[in-house]
Design a protein around this ligand. Structure first.
Ligand code: SER
Length: 578
């Protein structure tokens, strides 16, 4: 049995309910492009909202991290990975959590006790030393314990949110004799599991207690599988080996000597399959998730060229293999199979059309370049040949030549006539800041939400929203395609409110009071106890962090540019303010 099944079975036998992986594109959180950890989709429940499946959960979560694309191609990094996790939402705490981990490792995976060591939080002025966890480990027979500080043994996703001290479990991966003492800096000890005791909430005002004490654990599936199978190259573990063999077959080459390109192809095609297969229906594009997807596919294509792969269906063969491998756990891959395959091929053909010429142009350019490839040429490669700037940088780096990326960005910005914030936001891969235009779109979103309730159905609810300086996008629950008449009425109503010059007011109140007053709210538990409620006359009242304009007259003319399906039962409107 594989690690994933063993893990799930074990925690189910301890009263945990298996919950499905959340989509890899966060459903209601425009502040990140992808889920990067198992805990991310569970934040509302760690904050106190009751989870429909109860207080003991187990899952495997699809995660994507693309901030370190350059390291893909080495033995251990992946853009997509699965994170196994077990969760206590105000149910058990340190004692059971640690005991479960110990039992799973020593009884199910049969790891000898002396090959295990742990780190615990050493304490600081804010949070006490975690003697309790250390004592529990000791009582179980683990004596290799190191106390470390906040950098190592305190876990938070980013700057704010639920957080707490953690205890990390290490495994001795070596044929050497296990040392008597544990040195966390000795790299024969590798971390395999992280148990976070989430009892705090951190924001700009400091650290406060969460309503309940939770447990969040995370185990990286590909990493731990490789460790347990005794291979130090993840791609040689059972998670990957069949894909690598397939690439050897397609390319007629051996893995040894071609590792980097083969790893990049395997990794990038798998991640692309999962992005395309997600119900968010991301397609290759030049913005946000779509841009990452485009970069991944194009980079895989370039490395397929490096290997001289001539099989015209290589991407289909690999994608099919990956879909078959994972569909038992992720049924969306089977459901969206046609889209995945079609889009991969479409993007491949699109890129292949110009790639050859682009590479020739690149050769010409690079041969006439001494140290730095200038912004005009980088832009030409982007604009004419579809080279993502990162690809140009990578190709140039192979010749020890730098690229004027800042200059490129400036040119790109001028070209797209994008506002300052949205363009830099996209390059960072994150959410753009609040420009004036975006603030207007925030307010327009509230008006649209209100208009939908009047024109379409009072039970229409917001399901997501994403704003850039160029447009607003709004997802809402609705069982039918909007008619032209409905769209027209919505536009008219929003524009009527804009022309009525209505004041937008904000009030601070307790969450309870806000709900009682009938304020609309999409994800109640992401909000602290005191909330801000924005009202637009008596047209709209929503719990919201803002910011908003002061008066609807500032908005301009509201226009729907597209209405389409987002996913089952969810429609999407794209609109602009002119
Ligand atoms: N949140 C922790 C991590 O990502 C444990 O799940 O490592």
């Amino acid at each position: 049995m594989n690690l994933k099944d063993l893990y799930i079975d074990f925690f189910v036998s301890k009263g945990h309910k298996l919950i499905p992986s959340a989509p890899v594109v966060p459903e209601n959180d425009p502040s990140v492009l992808f889920n990067t950890a198992g805990m991310q989709p569970l934040i509302p429940y760690l904050m106190g909202q009751p989870h429909p499946y109860g207080t003991r959960l187990v899952d495997y979560q699809k995660c994507i991290r693309t901030n370190d694309l350059d390291s893909i191609g080495d033995k251990t990094h992946h853009t997509f990975f699965e994170m196994l996790g077990n969760w206590s939402l105000g149910d058990y705490f340190k004692e059971e959590s640690i005991s479960y981990s110990f039992e799973f490792l020593t009884k199910v995976l049969n790891i000898p006790v002396n090959k295990l060591a742990v780190t615990v939080f050493k304490g600081d002025e804010e949070i006490p030393k975690d003697i309790e966890s250390a004592t529990i480990w000791q009582n179980l027979g683990i004596n290799k314990i190191a106390y470390l500080g906040k950098d190592d043994n305190f876990w938070i996703a980013g700057e704010s949110g639920p957080c707490g001290p953690d205890t990390e479990i290490f495994y001795f991966r070596s044929d050497d004799e296990v040392p008597d003492t544990f040195d966390p800096n000795d790299d024969r000890w590798v971390e395999i599991w992280n148990n976070v005791f989430m009892q705090y909430y951190k924001d700009n005002n400091g650290i406060t207690d969460l309503p309940k004490k939770n447990v969040d654990t995370g185990m990286g599936l590909e990493r731990v599988t490789a460790i347990l199978e005794g291979v130090n190259d993840n791609y040689l573990s059972s998670v990957w080996i069949d894909v690598i063999k397939k690439i050897e077959e397609i390319s007629n080459l051996k893995y040894a000597g071609n590792e980097k390109s083969m790893r990049i192809i395997a990794d990038h095609i798998r991640t692309s399959v999962f992005i395309l297969g997600d119900d968010a229906m991301i397609k290759p594009s030049n913005t946000d998730q779509g841009y990452i997807l485009r970069r991944l596919i194009r980079r895989a294509i370039r490395h397929a060229r490096n290997l001289n792969i001539t099989n015209e269906n290589w991407e289909i063969i690999l994608a099919n293999m990956i879909i078959d491998k994972y569909k038992k756990y992720y049924s969306e891959l089977e459901k969206n199979k046609n889209i995945i395959l079609e889009e991969l091929t479409k993007e491949k053909n699109k890129f292949n059309k110009t790639l050859e010429k682009g590479l020739k142009e690149f050769e010409k350019i690079i041969n006439n370049t001494d140290e730095i490839l200038n912004k005009d040429l980088a832009f030409k490669l982007y604009d004419t040949y579809g080279f993502p700037i990162e690809l140009t940088v990578e190709l140039a780096k192979e010749r020890n030549i730098l690229v004027d990326v800042d200059g490129f960005k400036e040119k790109f910005k001028a070209h797209q006539e994008l506002s300052r914030t949205s363009s830099s936001g996209k390059f960072k891969g994150g959410l753009a800041g609040d420009s004036e235009k975006e603030i207007k779109y925030h307010t327009a979103t509230h008006l649209l939400n209100a208009a939908l309730k009047i024109v379409v159905d009072k039970n229409v609810h917001q399901k997501g929203s994403n704003i850039t300086a160029e447009r607003m996008r709004f997802d809402f629950s609705c069982d039918h395609k909007l008619t032209d008449e409905e769209k027209l009425k919505i536009e008219e109503l929003v524009n009527k409110w804009i022309s009525e010059k209505i004041d937008v007011t904000v009030k601070e109140m307790s969450k309870e009071e806000a709900i009682k007053s009938g304020a609309e709210c999409m994800f109640i538990d992401k909000y602290p106890d005191m909330v801000t409620v924005y009202s637009i006359g008596d047209i709209s009242k929503e719990l919201c962090g803002g910011p908003h304009v002061k008066n609807t007259s500032e908005l301009g003319v509201f226009k729907i540019i597209k209405e389409e399906a987002s996913s089952a039962g969810i429609r999407r409107i794209k609109a602009i303010l002119e």
